[in-house]
Design a protein around this ligand. Structure first.
Ligand code: 16G
Length: 236
């Protein structure tokens, strides 16, 4: 059984997605949610707080908690796969698969994916290319139990990982958390990305969620070929 605060989060998220809680409208109060779900006020508050952190809701002091329409669009819009992102720019996406195998989760990966260390994960390491130019080196770890047989059934030099997860395993991406930092490319990264050393890369660590974390990715984007854009909203 899923924790109660997660069930409350799902309830709010579904109501937002279906338009029952309209953009910029006030959602039910924490007291109301607590009563409705038969939980403590603290549990309801945890659900609401996390949705605020995820950018789905915002609070207005003394007025209540509201549906954050613009941020959702921005965040969901920005959450594309490499294949979709390249298509949008009119470029052709392809991949060179460097490694694809089952492994046991290290403590770091297990923590990010909320699984036990040693649990089976699918590790996929790919050089991502746009119009045949290497752009990024991505290593994704996906919980194996969620996508049985994925490596036997699909060819990731051609197939999109996200499309495969959605179509074949019914895993729908809800949001992702990522950090970006600049650093010097390692030798392996430089070789994979055809870089003359020393060259800067943008190193991204990302956890992608459906109704639970399912993918942990570490990627190196070529600093000279990639730019990340963000829309920033003033905090009330
Ligand atoms: C993006 C994601 C990566 C994901 C990949 C799936 C970033 C920084 N990374 O590159 O986490 O694994 O898309 O792409 O946005 P695919 O569906 O084309 O295989």
């Amino acid at each position: 059984m899923r924790p109660l605060y997660v069930q409350i989060k799902d309830y709010i998220r579904l109501n937002i997605q279906s338009g029952v809680f309209a953009p910029d409208s006030c959602i039910p109060s924490e007291r109301h949610l607590a009563r409705q779900f038969g939980v403590s006020r603290l549990t309801a508050s945890k659900a609401v707080k996390e949705l605020i952190q995820e950018g789905l809701l915002y609070t207005s002091v003394g007025k209540g908690t509201f549906v954050n329409s613009r941020t959702i669009d921005q965040e969901l819009e920005a959450l594309t796969s490499f294949t979709e992102e390249m298509q949008r720019r009119g470029q052709r996406a392809s991949s060179r698969v460097l490694y694809a195998a089952m492994e046991n989760a290290t403590a770091e990966v297990a923590k990010a994916l909320n699984i036990l260390p040693g649990a089976e994960i699918v590790v996929l390491s790919r050089v991502r290319l746009a119009d045949d130019q290497p752009i990024a080196l991505e290593t994704s770890s996906v919980i194996a139990a969620l996508c049985p047989g994925i490596l036997q059934r699909f060819d990731f030099s051609r197939d999109s990982l996200y499309q495969t997860l959605r179509k074949a395993y019914n895993i729908h991406i809800a949001y992702a958390e990522q950090t970006i930092e600049a650093r010097q490319a390692s030798q392996h990264e430089a070789e994979s990305l055809d870089l003359d050393k020393p060259a800067p890369i943008l190193h991204i660590t990302r956890v992608t969620y459906s109704d639970r974390p399912f993918e942990y990715v570490r990627s190196a984007y070529r600093g000279d070929r990639y730019k990340f854009r963000a829309l920033l909203r003033k905090i009330e």
